[in-house]
Design a protein around this ligand. Structure first.
Ligand code: 5GP
Ligand code: MG
Length: 501
């Protein structure tokens, strides 16, 4: 996963990009970078200064002065990284990438994962192309540089027509900002506008993975970059917003990532045409009908707790709907939404001393229980997904230790059974929790819960359809093993396959 942001015609473009990346921090915490355009008077040519490093946005950009000096300019792109392809420890892989070729400077920020990068890279290797990174994104730059097209936009169109898989891209040339989304539209990409009043009297335009980046900047959400669209934004057209838009080779169906709604995006974002909060709440409501939790109408209320923060919204939907279904006029509620697990937001890398139970401590560093909420109660833990199951198991143990009478576990998405090859960092099929058991009872026993239930695949799709007024098609490969774009299952550790350092 990654967060990308770009802006054109902006006063203080780099600082606005910094705010944009800050809002998108949840999409990647390994590294961050910003590139701007500037003119080097001494060398009489355009340049693209960059600051990139490992760490969070606030770690990489500690010195405010860089925004006035090194990163001055009215156009910028930025990237937050969560590696899926290419090593996470190789500094060369930190985006945005910047190169210089016959048509000038070129910078690129990519969210997604190319499914034919290995084949393309092998072809380039045979021709003697020298790669600077081990990331799949670099092949796009070589395709642009080696294109036989004359105009730069045609070179880019030529390049992005040859790559397959998932790519939401923001490219920056010396005078243009270019946003591209693959024809399936796997990853989100939004267009926003900052009006004159907030940008020194001229409109600025921005592109971001999620609309929550616009809110922080006072930008308004305009629309999505469409699946298969390449939008070329030039300064001259910023007044009117009449940018040139090109269409890549269309596919029969779009395949937007449903896991963005389940887990990845922020609830305050609008993606794929709908608010994440609304869709996520609906997942919880649908699950309340499919898999209600027990209650004791004469005893204390059943407590519904989210595993914060990712399932807060869906757990609320679940609890509200259960009361709607089971509580009749004049009766008191049977269920109560509570916070029984508290999350520490400041866990970065923490040292674990030898001898300590690393797995247990890792979870305890992140979560603690609220005994007053859980003691002697029937507790329903709601989570958005189970990947390896190790966190869930530990949390169940902690909730029991806090005195819960019964523990029921509800997951607001179907079992994750297949890895993602389009930009989500999931483990191999064998490591996935759901693949390690014969049936749901086996899973429940291992987790140590009184009952376990997942949202059905139909329920998931139905919830999206009901909330999203223009229902597009979704990629559900992680839940169904049906991959919309053929994938080459990577051999051994593909992620490190090109490592040379
Ligand atoms: P598990 O019990 O499988 O170890 O962890 C489940 C938790 O992982 C859930 O709370 C879910 O929100 C979270 N999760 C789901 N997908 C991802 C992901 O791609 N990356 C990370 N870091 N966490 C995830
Ligand atoms: Mg979670």
């Amino acid at each position: 996963m990654c967060g990308i942001f770009g802006i054109i015609n902006a006063a203080d473009a780099a600082r606005k990009t910094y705010y944009g990346l800050h809002a998108l921090q949840h999409r990647g915490q390994e590294s961050a970078g910003i590139v701007t355009t500037a003119y080097d008077a001494a060398r009489k040519r355009a340049i693209m200064p960059a600051i990139r490093n490992f760490g969070l946005v606030t770690d990489v950009f500690r010195d405010d002065a860089v925004f006035q000096h090194k990163l001055a300019g009215d156009m910028a792109i930025g990237h937050n990284r969560y590696s899926t392809s290419g090593s996470s420890t190789n500094a060369a892989n930190i985006q945005p990438f910047v190169v210089h070729y016959r048509n000038g400077n070129l910078a690129i920020a990519h969210n997604g994962n190319l499914s034919n990068a290995t084949q393309l890279r092998q072809l380039f290797d045979l021709n003697g192309t020298l790669f600077q990174t081990t990331s799949d994104t670099e092949v796009i730059l070589h395709l642009i540089a080696q294109s036989r097209q004359f105009r730069q936009r045609d070179q880019i169109l030529d390049a992005v027509s040859q790559v397959e898989g998932a790519f939401s891209l923001i490219l920056m040339t010396d005078d243009k900002l270019i946003a591209v989304r693959d024809p399936h539209g796997f990853r989100p990409l939004m267009l926003g506008r900052i009006d004159e009043a907030h940008n020194q009297g001229k409109p600025a335009w921005c592109v971001a993975s999620e609309s929550c980046a616009f809110d922080l900047l006072g930008a308004t959400y305009v629309r999505e970059i469409q699946p298969g669209e390449m939008l070329v934004m030039e300064k001259e057209a910023c007044e009117t917003g009449n940018f040139e838009s090109y269409l890549l080779k269309p596919t029969s169906q779009t395949a937007q990532c449903i896991f963005e709604y389940v887990y990845f995006s922020r609830p305050d974002s609008r993606i794929f045409g709908e608010m994440v909060d609304k869709v996520r709440r609906k997942f919880g409501k649908t699950l309340a009908h499919e898999a209600p939790a027990p209650f004791d109408s004469k005893g204390k209320r059943t407590i519904v707790i989210p595993v914060p923060d990712s399932s807060n919204t869906s757990a609320m939907g679940y609890a509200t709907e259960l009361n709607k279904i089971y509580c009749h006029e004049g009766e008191r509620d049977h269920f109560r939404f509570e916070f029984g697990l508290i999350r520490n937001h400041y866990v970065g890398r923490t040292f674990i001393s030898p001898g300590q139970n690393a797995r247990e401590l890792k979870v305890r560093l992140k979560f603690n229980t609220v005994e007053g909420v859980l003691k002697d109660r029937i507790v329903v833990m709601v989570d958005d997904s189970i990947v390896r199951g190790t966190t869930c198991r530990q949390l169940v143990k902690m909730v029991r230790e806090a005195g819960a009478r019964e523990v029921h576990f509800r997951v607001t998405s179907p079992p994750v059974i297949s890895p993602c090859y389009y930009g989500m960092d999931f483990p191999t099929p064998d490591e996935l929790f759901a693949n390690q058991f014969e049936d749901i009872d086996g899973m429940a026993a291992w987790l140590g819960v009184d009952s376990l239930a997942y949202l059905s695949e139909e329920g998931l799709l139905e919830a999206v359809r009901e909330t999203n007024s223009i229902p597009p098609n979704y990629c559900t490969a992680c839940f169904t093993n049906k991959y919309p774009v053929p994938v080459q299952v990577p051999k051994e550790t593909e992620k490190e396959a090109f490592e040379f350092v």
